[in-house]
Structures are given as C-alpha cells and as structure tokens.
Design a protein around this ligand. Structure first.
Ligand code: UDP
Length: 354
C-alpha cells in the first residue's frame, strides 16, 4: 500500500482534489490522507466544497489563513513538516500554485519524501505574480510533474527539468467539469433577479484587486457594456472594494462566492464569461463559453491561440468592446486539455511506480 499525503489549502485545490480523491478511492494500492492548511477557511470558500463534492475529510486541519505570504508559507512549512514526521508518507501530493503548494513541497523535499505536483508546468512568465513563484519553485523540487498540455511540458524542459519526471496527463479540472455538470444546481437567488441573458464574472487576482486604478477601470468597462453581470465576489475583492470606497455599477449583481455546483450552473447558463481566474478560464472552455480574461497574460495560452479566450487586462475600452462585440470563434476543438480522464492517468502512473 502506498501512502500519499495530500496538501490542500485553497478553493481551486479542493475542486481538483474532488477528482483525484475519487480515483484514489477506486485504487486498491493507494491510501490518501489530507492536510488542509486553512489558507482558505470561510464556509463558502472551503467547507461547502468538501460537503457537496464528497471530498474526504482532512485528517489535519491547520489555521494558517489571513496572513502575509511569508508568514503564511513559513507557518505552513513548519506545521506540515511536523505532520510528515508523524505520518511518514511515501509521497506528498500538491496541486497548482498557492502558498500551500510550495510549503507542502518544501517540507517534503527536506525530508527526502518524493513529491507529485498536479497542474505542473504552467507559466505566466510574470514573476510579480505570487503564483508564478510558487509554480517555478515547486516544479524544481518535484519528482512527478503531471502537466495538462504539451506546452506545459515544454516550459519544464526549458527550465532544465528531466523529461523522465514529466507526465502529460491532461487537465484534472476537465474531469471535475464533466462529472459535476450532471449535478449542477441553480442558485436559489437566481430567479428573483429576473435577468434573462447574463454575463458571469469573477475578479480576485492580486494584480487587479490590489490596485485601485485597475479595479476602477475594470468596473468602468463592465458598466459601459450595460450587460447584466453576475459577480460572485471573492473575500479579498470585497475587502478591497470597501477599503477603496468603490461603488458597484447598477448593471452588476454582486453575490457571495458560490459552491461549485452553483458555479457550474452559472457557467453553463451564462452568455459569456469574464474572469481573472485560472480555473474559470478553462471551465468557460469546457462548457463551450467564450472567455474575456482580465489579465495581460495567461497560463492557458492554447485557449487564446485558438480564439476561445481574449486577454483584455484591466483596460476599460477593451473590456467594453470585447463584451459588446461577439468574440470571433465558436468552440470546436474539445480535447486541448485531454479527455477528462486525467485523475485515472495520474493514479496509473503512481501505481506503476510502486
Ligand atoms: N468557483 C466557485 N465559486 C465561486 C467562484 C469560483 O466554485 O464563486 C470555482 C470555479 O468554478 C473554479 C475555481 O473556483 O473551479 C477557481 O478558483 P479561483 O478562481 O479561486 O482560483 P484560480 O483558478 O484562479 O487559481
């Protein structure tokens, strides 16, 4: 029996874990225990996903949220090391690009425990993004690098990572999108809005929220379009809007962050999607929606080169014109990120290494 210790901490990681943990459950040779770092801790940023997506309960629940990057990562490193010394797993598994990802990987490497990194190899080539630093460092010390696309593999090869460690398995979020589409749920508040067509929007990247001019410029672009916009708002963005004293334009309906099943319903029923989220850009594609991305660059370059995603940054005019002028392409290529069996592919690789 191989014992894997998975480190989770933030919303997108809970969502990815839903697919992998289900595949592990079917394996007779792998046992998984989960450490939750508490990086995201609100009911609607954490608990709701464990409840509605049947993610196994974490064995260890840490409280490292709400701190600066350094303090958070440092505390996570210290506490995860203590747990690794108790649990002595055969492997540590981390997802994506948060502080919890990096802390989990750093704690493991110093104890000579092999590391598996899911959603490896993505690069924005913008080192001012905290996520970019977390990705580069985690990839450098990982042993099993599970990448969603050939482009991600090339990024790793360029950084000198040995090809034997890289496995092109597809994107695990596609597994999740396919599985939960069957179970999507209309938000209870939706009918009362009486909207007709609507655009779904999310905003939470630090580069947008931590800059009053950028955030103001984004809201102006959304306002100019006069489209009905539903905006489930991340706690970081709520805090910044209050701090800056911004007024939300009247064509935007702000709601609390939703559970995943409601989010899928909103994605599937939206006219199009505007976001600065990594995961939501892909979900737009999985659910056949065109995406306007509120960033200057993206890790999901294949969506841009195929015309399914347009980068507008925080530019008011670009946001408005992308919203009011239909994007050029309809989505026709469906397998850019694999076939939705990524978690099975990963389990197969790990089982072969037993
Ligand atoms: N999501 C959600 N409810 C929301 C907003 C996002 O369930 O109100 C989901 C979304 O469907 C996607 C994931 O959260 O699966 C993306 O996480 P986030 O945008 O926080 O992080 P990123 O993907 O940018 O790392």
């Amino acid at each position: 029996m191989m014992k894997i210790l998975t480190v989770l901490g933030a919303r997108p990681q809970f969502i990815k874990a839903a697919a992998f943990s289900r595949a592990v459950h079917r394996s007779s040779t792998i046992e998984e225990i989960i450490v939750h770092t508490g990086q995201h801790y609100d009911q609607n940023m954490s608990d709701v996903f464990f409840e509605e997506m049947d993610i196994p309960k974490p064995k260890y629940m840490l409280q490292t949220g709400g701190k600066s990057h350094g303090a958070m990562t440092g505390q996570q490193l210290e506490k995860i090391e203590e747990i690794l010394l108790i649990e002595k797993p055969d492997m540590v598994l981390v997802y994506g690009d948060t502080n919890s990802t990096l802390a989990g990987a750093m704690a493991a490497v110093k104890l000579h425990i092999p590391i598996a990194h899911i959603e490896s190899g993505l690069r924005s080539f913008n080192r001012r993004m905290p996520e970019e630093i977390n990705r580069i460092l985690t990839d450098q010390i990982s042993d099993y690098l599970f990448v969603p696309s050939l482009g991600a593999k090339e990024n790793l090869l360029r950084e000198g990572i040995c090809e034997d460690k890289i496995f092109v398995v597809g994107d695990i979020m596609y597994d999740v999108a396919l599985y939960y589409k069957e179970k999507m749920v209309k938000p209870v508040w939706f009918d009362a809005l009486n909207l007709g067509e609507f655009v779904l929007c999310t905003i939470h990247r630090a580069e947008n929220t931590d800059d009053i001019e950028k955030l103001t410029s984004i809201f102006k672009g959304l306002e100019l379009s006069q489209k009905h916009i539903i905006l489930p708002l991340h706690p970081r963005t709520v805090g910044k809007i209050k701090q800056y004293g911004l007024i939300i334009p009247s064509n935007i309906t702000v709601v609390d962050p939703t559970g995943y099943l409601e989010m899928v319903w909103l994605e599937v029923h939206s006219e199009l999607i505007v976001t600065d989220s990594g995961g939501v850009q892909k979900e737009a594609y999985f659910h056949n929606k065109l995406c306007i991305t509120l960033r200057e660059e993206t890790e999901w370059v294949e969506l841009v080169s195929n015309g399914y995603n347009v980068l507008v940054g925080s530019n008011t005019d670009l946001i408005n014109s992308a919203l009011i002028n239909e994007l050029p392409n309809k989505i026709s290529i469906k397998d850019i990120y694999g076939n939705g069996n990524t978690s099975e592919n990963i389990v197969r690789v790990l089982e072969m290494k037993l």
